[in-house]
Design a protein around this ligand. Sequence first.
Ligand code: CP3
Length: 363
Amino acid sequence: MSFDALPADHPLATGVTADAPLVAALEGRAATHRPVWFMRQAGRSLPEYLKVREGTTMLESCLKPDLAAEITLQPVRRYGVDAGIFFSDIVVPLKVAGVGVDIAPGVGPVFDHPIRTMADVDALPALGEPGDGGAMDEALEPVREAVRLTVAQLGSTPLIGFAGAPFTLAAYMVQGRPSRDHMAARELMWSAPEVWEALVSWTSRAAGLFLRAQVLAGASAVQLFDSWAGSLSEKAYVEKCAGGSRAALMAVADLGVPRIHFAANAGHLLDPMGAAGATALGVDYRTPLDEASRAVGGRFPLQGNIDPAMLAAPTATLEAHVLDVLRRGAEAPGHVVNLGHGMPPHADPDVVKRVVELVHERG
Ligand code: CP3
């Protein structure tokens, strides 16, 4: 893997994270142990998170570099996981671009103006090019600063940058708020294809700029969260969404970092998700990893897929499940252990820590 396009002081370019277990596994190389991290490892399951978040809204926290760095580091310190996931949110690039959006506690992203027409899309802020010194470039500075602060403290533990996939972002923007089946977005793609195409083109640029800012500031891998893609048929995904995901991931392809593509409930989409610019695939807890690996012809390192509900199980049941995930994951050309979706807010941190220790002992 060549990291020539990265800044000379980037931890992959200097070699500080180049052989970290996470990076090795994502590149399909031998690692000293099976790496493990958890989606939503930072957040409400940690008392130290609740403490530092007191009095600050979610989006304010994301844009305070010291606080975002501290929250990113909390689970790394507590659990000894093999990666930090940058503390931010999929709507942060939209917010800094000037879109009217907030995160309502217990609900999720809520927009002032749902996007339904071409006039709505045309009224979205202009995004510009990375490094052009334009409004978006400047607005992403708190993100870059938070990444720099985090990476300086993480040392040889890689930081994973992330973005929401263009479909998942568009699903929120069209509905204006979280929804169960994303019907408004799924209707728009067929009822007004030109509006849909223009919106996905905008969200894929926003996601691409967000990913690129994080990588240039020091992230050693990226993950695209296409959380709601599982609601799509393969036809809708391939014809209406995969191109946007590919564009977002390709925004960092020249930088040489591993690119993980994750969707929940998406066993039927693993093949097209791999074809959409990923170098590794995140698998939710419904598809066993050996089956997932066969479904993609063994071409991708895989990440996953402990069932988050198992964290509540008796120790013996949980341990047997983790060992089963390790055994099945060994069939892929590389395996990063993770949950098969985000950490439940009520997960017991001591149980999570034991999972990390078990993976490190046995993986
Ligand atoms: O630890 C990490 O994983 C890093 C940070 C992270 C957050 N959101 C922090 C957050 C990441 C990677 C995300 C991604 C994200 N945000 C996704 C994709 C991942 C997934 O879960 O499928 C989505 C769909 C969102 C949108 C969003 N933001 C939702 C649905 C919510 C939950 C709302 C709630 O209160 O239940 C948020 C808020 C959010 N993002 C929280 C955190 C820690 C909770 C805010 C709080 O602590 O009050």
